[in-house]
Ligand binder design. Structure first.
Ligand SMILES: Nc1ncnc2c1ncn2[C@@H]1O[C@H](COP(=O)(O)OP(=O)(O)OP(=O)(O)O)[C@@H](O)[C@H]1O
Ligand SMILES: [Mg+2]
Length: 289
C-alpha cells in the first residue's frame, strides 16, 4: 500500500514476519487436554501458509486463537512483530482492518435482514471512513470478487452458495488487510465453484501484499494455493516445509496417510476431481506467465 517505512526499522523491525506463532498451547477448560500443543510457525509478508490435518487436529482452534476468538493457554502470537496473544478489546479493534477471516459457512455470519452493502461498509465505518468512500470501496471490492452490479443492495438469501463465499471474501478484503485467515473457506462448495473461488483468492493475492493462513483438510486445495504447509496431528506439528517438498517427500507417516486418504471413495468422482485439479493447475501456470 504505502512505500516501505525505513524510519520504523528498529524497535519492532519491519523485517519481522507477518505472523509468528510461538509454542502455542490451547486447552478447552482449565485442566483439559491440549487441543493445540506447542505449535510454532511463521508466515512471511504476502505468503500463503497451508494448515492441514484430519478433523479434530486443532486447525480451527489455532485460527481462532490468532483472531482473538479463543483464549490462549500458553505461548505467544505476534503480528508484524507485535505481541497480540492477550490483546485487549481496544487493541483487537485497532487490528481488525489488518487481520481478517473467511469461514466455511458465510451464511451464518451474514445478517439475513441487512443488505450486503451494510455488511461490507460496517468495518470501514468502525475504522472512521467517510460514508461516500465506504460505499465506493464496498462496490469496488464487490466487483473485484466478480459479483454483479447491484449486489450492494441485495440480501444474503438472494445469492448462491458460491456467491455468498465471494461476499465473505469481499468483506474480508474491504479493509485492505495484511493477513486473512481462511478456515475451510471452499470446503462446502462443489468442485467447479471451489476451483473458481481458489483462482479468485490466488488472483486477489497477486496484486496486494496479502498473506493467507489457509486451513483445509484437503491437501489438493492447499497444494494449489500455499507456498508452505504445516501438517497438524492431534494438536502437534508433524512437519512443515515448502508445499512441493512436503508433497514430493513427506517426512512423517501421518502426512503420507493424509495425502493417500481418498476424500472421495468413488473412483469416477476421484478421476473427475483429478481432472479438475489438473485443469486448475494448468490455468494457474498460464496465468503466472
Ligand atoms: N468449544 C470447544 N470445547 C471443547 N473442546 C473443543 C471445542 N472446540 C474444539 N474442541 C476440541 O478441540 C480439538 C480441536 O478442534 P478443532 O475444531 O480445532 O479441530 P479442526 O482441526 O478444526 O477439525 P475440523 O477439520 O473437523 O474442523 C478437538 O478435539 C475438539 O473436540
Ligand atoms: Mg475446523
Amino acid at each position: 500500500m504505502s512505500a516501505p517505512d525505513t524510519v520504523s526499522v528498529g524497535a519492532q523491525g519491519t523485517d519481522a514476519p507477518l505472523l509468528e506463532v510461538r509454542n502455542l498451547v490451547v486447552r478447552y477448560g482449565r485442566n483439559g487436554p491440549a487441543a493445540v500443543d506447542d505449535v510454532s510457525f511463521a508466515i512471511a509478508r504476502g505468503e500463503t501458509l497451508g494448515l492441514v490435518g484430519e478433523s479434530g487436529s486443532g486447525k480451527t482452534t489455532i485460527g481462532r486463537a490468532i483472531l482473538g476468538l479463543q483464549p490462549v493457554s500458553d505461548g505467544q502470537i505476534l503480528f508484524e512483530g507485535r505481541e497480540i496473544t492477550r490483546a485487549s478489546v481496544a487493541e483487537r479493534r485497532a487490528l481488525q482492518g489488518d487481520l481478517r477471516a473467511v469461514f466455511q459457512d458465510p451464511f451464518s455470519s451474514l445478517n439475513p435482514r441487512r443488505v450486503i452493502g451494510d455488511a461490507l461498509t460496517e468495518p470501514l465505518r468502525v475504522a472512521g471512513v467517510a460514508r461516500e468512500e465506504r460505499e465506493r470501496r464496498a462496490n469496488e471490492v464487490l466487483a473485484s470478487v466478480g459479483l454483479p452490479a447491484g449486489s450492494y443492495d441485495r440480501y444474503p438469501r438472494q445469492f448462491s452458495g458460491g456467491q455468498r463465499q465471494r461476499i465473505a471474501i469481499a468483506r474480508a478484503l474491504v479493509t485492505d488487510p495484511r493477513l486473512v485467515v481462511c478456515d475451510e473457506a471452499v470446503s462446502a462448495l462443489d468442485l467447479s465453484t471451489q476451483a473458481q473461488v481458489l483462482n479468485l483468492l490466488a488472483e486477489l493475492r497477486a496484486g496486494a501484499d496479502l498473506g493467507y493462513l489457509f486451513i483445509a483438510h484437503d491437501m489438493a486445495v492447499v497444494e494449489f494455493l500455499a507456498q508452505r504447509v504445516v501438517v497438524l496431528h492431534r494438536g502437534k506439528v508433524m512437519e512443515q516445509g515448502a508445499t512441493v517438498d512436503v508433497i514430493r517427500s513427506p517426512q512423517s507417516e501421518y502426512t503420507r496417510v493424509l495425502m493417500a486418504a481418498s476424500p472421495v471413495p468413488d473412483p469416477d468422482e476421484q478421476a473427475r476431481r483429478r481432472e479438475v485439479w489438473q485443469r486448475l493447475r494448468a490455468q494457474a501456470k498460464a496465468a503466472a506467465g
